[in-house]
Design a protein around this ligand. Sequence first.
Ligand SMILES: NC(=O)c1ccc[n+]([C@@H]2O[C@H](COP(=O)([O-])OP(=O)(O)OC[C@H]3O[C@@H](n4cnc5c(N)ncnc54)[C@H](O)[C@@H]3O)[C@@H](O)[C@H]2O)c1
Length: 244
Amino acid sequence: MLKNRKVIVTGAASGIGKEIVKKCLDEGASVIACDINKQALQELKRATNDQCVLHTYPLDVSNYKEVAKFFVYVETEHCNVDSLVNNAGIYLAKNILDYQVVDVDQVLDINVKGYIYFSQMFGKKLLHSQCNGVIVNMSSVSGIEGSSDAIYGVSKAAILGLTKSCAKNFSPYIRVNTVAPTMVDTPLMHTIPNWRKKEYLSDQLIDTPVMPEDVAETVVFLLSDKSKHYTGATFDINNGGYLR
Ligand SMILES: NC(=O)c1ccc[n+]([C@@H]2O[C@H](COP(=O)([O-])OP(=O)(O)OC[C@H]3O[C@@H](n4cnc5c(N)ncnc54)[C@H](O)[C@@H]3O)[C@@H](O)[C@H]2O)c1
């Protein structure tokens, strides 16, 4: 589905991002995997059969200068890049009453500003050369329904808005969509409070747990030409929980 495609994936070294990398490679794409965790990126590279099609680049998505430097690297080494998956994210599992200013900044810097920086620089590159491309952003059911961690909820709601605005701003060259999963079995999920996990499950119509591979399937569909009529849309991957 992704033959001859080149995809940037952020937060690529763990959980959902790692599965997105694997599925993109399986579908014939080459991938530039970015993550703050250099060691985990190296492990991902080691575990990949065809190492020529997986490029790794350690960076902090919230650091504007690092992101700008990355796009200089992309321009020189991967000029034909056509897809971006904004996936990196953190969840502090805190009540808003316990948030310090530094925590608020950290969540919004990574979960929102990181997505803005990547969208801006990717958008500039493709629009400048009038090339077609695709962006998929990682939101969450918490961005629609609210979260027990209000700042995380804010960050994921912001991504719904960023998606619609970028879909308009980057038309007709770049399609921009977002996925909004419920709990997905990753290291991040294990930090969600148990009472909240129970609440999520009690509202679901399907009781099969959502796995990182399931989210990756939808992301690959959205990256592919099979989704050519979709832009500005949110894809709920939520087992029918919180219908809207
Ligand atoms: N797991 C869930 O239940 C769930 C549900 C809905 C949405 N999401 C979203 O999916 C995305 C991936 O989450 P996950 O569950 O795979 O979590 P994860 O913790 O397994 O993976 C997140 C990855 O992002 C990387 N990362 C964190 N900060 C970074 C930074 N500043 N710069 C670059 N990379 C950074 C981490 O090193 C890690 O590899 C997140 O945006 C998360 O909010 C997760």
